[in-house]
Every structure is written in C-alpha cells, then in structure tokens.
Design a protein around this ligand. Structure first.
Ligand SMILES: [Cu+2]
Length: 117
C-alpha cells in the first residue's frame, strides 16, 4: 500500500481471508498520513461523512478493524489484521489546515476498497 497526497494505492485489491499484513508506506511528499481498516458494505460514494468532509468513523455501518495513527513521510508500517471474508475500506482521515480551510484527506480521495475472499 502506498499513501500519498492524496490517494491510497494498493498493489493488490483483494486477498485470502485470514491473517493479512498490510505493508504501508507513506510517500508523502509532505504530509503525515494514517491508515484505517473498516469493514463495511456501503459504497465509497455513499459513506457517512461529517460536516467538515471527514469520514464519520463512529457510524454504525462502519466496523473499525485496525488503525495506524499518523506517521510521517518516508516511514513504513506493517500492521497484521485478521480479516473475515467481506468488503473493507482503507482510509486516511487526517485533517489538514490549508489556506484557513480544514481539508480532510478522506474527502480528497484517500480511500480505497479491499476485499477479503
Ligand atoms: Cu492522508
């Protein structure tokens, strides 16, 4: 997985259910990013959001599986999670102040789908 401004680029979009290790690299270039794994059946364009454009992580249709909090460009993380068969989303929900405006990486496209088969 590659995190960058502003996308999450998976090398593969699915894997066998069970223990899965995500090798996640923040390629920046400038921003810290985070990495959430949620189980959900909701399509990406219908995901629940808050007024500032952030993904509503508390929404009932999302089940949080794991989270790596913000880490800096150049760093790599390798969380191992146990995924049952189903559909997941991988999200960076970091907020950033740009020109006096609060911008959420989720709203800028830092979300991708992942399937455990
Ligand atoms: Cu981000």
């Amino acid at each position: 997985m590659t995190l960058q401004e502003c996308s999450i680029v998976p090398e593969i979009a699915s894997a066998k259910a069970g223990k899965i290790t995500f090798n996640v690299e923040n390629k920046g270039p400038n921003e810290p990013h985070e990495f959430h794994v949620f189980k959900t059946d909701t399509p990406v364009d219908q995901l629940p959001t808050q007024s500032d454009g952030a993904l509503d992580e508390e929404a009932t249709e999302l089940e949080e599986i794991d989270e790596i909090t913000e880490f800096n460009p150049g760093q790599k993380k390798s969380p191992t999670v146990e995924l049952e068969p189903g559909r997941y989303i991988l999200v960076c929900n970091v907020g950033e102040e740009t020109g006096g405006q609060q911008v959420r990486h989720f709203a800028q496209g830092m979300v991708t789908e992942f399937t455990a088969e």
